[in-house]
Design a protein around this ligand. Structure first.
Ligand code: ADP
Ligand code: MG
Length: 316
């Protein structure tokens, strides 16, 4: 039995509300499997599609006040948490497990002087023509970037998570056997302004925020569930090789060799290295939702540890 932060990827949630309701019913099974095995689970999740939809709806709406980006993130946490909570509660009840679930609207502290704020990279919202983009930049100060030949989009920064505002309440709930859903979409990014918190238009990577959550809760495991069963080197190439295990030195080497795509696999392996380096014994498993239980039993997935179990250094 272990304390485990489980980060759900976009494929666990689907795209539209109808799709999401169906997807979470499927997601609930593997999550409850882990609870049934006695693990203490804390759930986090992505929100790319959902916050995109909310943001677009407000951009396109007529006679509706402008909705700031942090507020859109808060809405997505509620909407996703609502679906996850109900689907998981139903599965728990069907299996006779008495456990209550809470979704915590989570704010994640970032630093105003994070270099990411000088270089916004994450495209959000709808596509604009070059002229519209210019106007938005002049009128609202938005940084507009050309996105994969499809037009211009607003870009927001992706700063590092430094603290989680609601960490104590999350910990208290976990220690009292509640299932907590937190840090949705990487959390609502906030900066400290004296005694107050101010939301900032930014996107914190959900894998890095989940890592921070796992550290603060002193979890033993960070489990990142995504669309692939394992991490590969030479991904998508002829000499593709799926990995069972990596130590942090090997992982760093693969990172510098460019094996992991930025914005998808790279933040996951970076989170894994950070977690393994934060305290002895901490491990990250990257696998698919369907394989979560098998992966935790050591039968599949990619396990990232501080030192390789079978490394010659250890054997000496
Ligand atoms: P999530 O919503 O779970 O965060 P992402 O799409 O952001 O999902 O990241 C997972 C995806 O990363 C995989 O589905 C895979 O297509 C891609 N990927 C990129 N590089 C690799 C790699 N080296 N090994 C495995 N998957 C990779
Ligand atoms: Mg992702």
């Amino acid at each position: 039995m272990a304390r485990i932060v489980v980060a759900l990827g976009g494929n666990a949630l689907g795209k539209t509300p109808v799709e999401q309701r169906r997807a979470v019913n499927h997601t609930a099974g593997p999550i409850v499997d882990l609870i049934e095995e006695g693990h203490e689970i804390i759930l986090s999740h992505g929100n790319g599609t959902q916050v995109g939809m909310i943001n677009l709806a407000f951009e396109d709406a007529v006679n509706i006040p402008e909705m700031p980006f942090p507020e859109c993130g808060a809405m997505s946490q509620g909407y996703i948490g609502y679906h996850l909570q109900n689907a998981i509660k139903k599965e728990l009840t069907l299996r006779g497990i008495d456990k209550s679930i809470a979704t915590i609207i989570t704010q994640v502290v970032v630093e105003e002087n994070d270099p990411a704020f000088r270089n916004p990279t994450k495209p959000v919202g709808r596509f604009y023509t070059r002229e519209e983009a210019k106007k938005l930049h002049q009128e609202k100060g938005y940084i507009m970037v050309e996105d994969s030949g499809r037009g211009y989009r607003r870009a927001v920064p992706s700063p590092e998570p430094v603290d989680i505002v609601e960490k104590d309440i999350i910990k208290t709930l976990v220690e009292n056997s509640y299932l907590v859903i937190a840090c949705g979409g990487g959390g609502i990014p906030v900066v400290r302004e004296g005694v107050a918190l101010k939301g900032v238009p930014a996107v914190i990577d959900k894998d890095l925020a989940s890592e921070k959550l796992a550290e603060l809760l002193d979890a033993e495991f960070l489990v990142i569930l995504t669309a692939v069963e394992k991490v590969a080197i030479n991904f998508g190439k002829e000499n593709e090789k799926w990995l069972d295990e990596m130590d942090i030195v090997t992982t760093q080497k693969y990172i510098s060799e460019g094996h992991f795509a930025p914005g998808s696999m790279l933040p996951k392996v970076k989170a894994a290295v950070k977690f393994a380096s934060s305290k002895p014994g901490r491990k990250t498993l990257i696998t698919s939702l369907e394989k979560a239980r098998e992966g935790l039993a050591g039968r599949t997935g990619t396990l990232i540890t501080f030192e390789h179990k079978l490394s010659p250094i250890m054997a000496k």
